[in-house]
Design a binder for this molecule. Structure first.
Ligand SMILES: Nc1ncnc2c1ncn2[C@@H]1O[C@H](COP(=O)(O)OP(=O)(O)OP(=O)(O)O)[C@@H](O)[C@H]1O
Ligand SMILES: [Mg+2]
Length: 263
């Protein structure tokens, strides 16, 4: 089982779109995937067709009340497993302030999931994908301490390089708490090939971070923006769209990384 956190402290760069559509594209390739929403906005939950406010158990129950991850799993209409989130998760920083292991709650919950899968008759998950909030708060730290790798969605804008340098520094610092932690890859999102600045920034990213850049560029595609309103990944909403094709290609790259053991 490989754990992947989708993180970038910058807001609106396509983290949730990537988490939902990468999960759906991996599931379409017969991988068993669990999507975990770690953002109180609950966008990944809604985007997979679940009603975030009527779920019996969510990540708030897991992290604040110690409910096991396996008891909070819901089958989404999109056809894969999801653990949802809603605004109940928002007070976590304050609730847990001062608690000694507050940054390790997710890691411990994941260890229990792995133990449970070892004895379960069900096929274990191939991937666990965590959608993070646009912040380096305690929730995101929990994700980074629990994960194997990080996928960073990045928009090719003027400040992209600085943002990436900051984030990779944070990740470096956290390797003390999680020696496995590394950047699995950076994916260019909301990409507009006709935009000169986007191309320039993309080239710069390639020049400085070439070894961690995914080849797939996710284009700006209206179907990707419309699909969440229908509670669907784009693959279910409009599988012939450019957005659906791009996320399938990205899933191919992610699977290839696993096969090469280069994760
Ligand atoms: N490739 C794309 N093409 C068109 N629209 C997109 C694309 N990617 C994301 N969007 C839209 O842009 C907005 C922000 O995307 P998304 O919610 O995935 O970002 P985020 O990084 O998760 O945001 P936040 O930081 O608030 O969690 C959403 O309305 C989404 O539908
Ligand atoms: Mg989001």
């Amino acid at each position: 089982m490989e754990i992947i956190a989708i993180a970038n402290q910058k807001g609106g760069v396509g983290k949730t779109t990537t988490a939902v559509n990468l999960t759906a594209s991996l599931a379409a390739r017969k991988k068993r995937v669990l999507l975990i929403d770690l953002d109180p906005q609950g966008n990944a939950t809604t985007g997979t067709g679940l009603d975030k406010n009527s779920l019996e158990q969510t990540m708030a129950d897991v992290l604040l009340d110690g409910v096991p991850l396996m008891n909070a799993i819901h089958q989404s209409p999109a056809g894969f497993d999801v653990i949802g989130a809603n605004r109940e998760l928002a007070g976590m920083d304050i609730t847990l302030m001062g608690q000694a292991n507050s940054h390790e709650l997710m890691k411990n919950a994941m260890a229990a999931l792995i133990d449970d899968q070892a004895t379960s008759k069900k096929k274990p998950y191939d991937f666990v994908i965590m959608d993070c909030a646009p912040s380096l708060n305690l929730l995101t730290i929990n994700a980074l301490v629990a994960t194997d790798g990080v996928i960073i969605p990045m928009q090719c804008e003027y400040y992209a390089l600085e943002g990436l340098a900051d984030l990779s520094q944070t990740i470096d610092r956290l390797t003390e708490l999680n020696p496995k932690l590394h950047i699995r890859g950076v994916v260019r999102t909301l990409f507009d090939a006709r935009n000169t600045l986007a191309n320039d920034v993309s080239d710069e990213l390639e020049a400085h971070f070439g070894d961690i850049m995914y080849k797939t560029h996710i284009p700006r595609n209206i179907r990707l923006a419309e699909a969440p309103a229908h509670g669907m990944p784009v693959l279910a909403f409009e599988k012939r769209s450019k957005g659906a094709k791009a996320y399938q290609k990205l899933a191919g790259e992610v699977i290839k990384q696993s096969l090469q053991n280069n994760v």
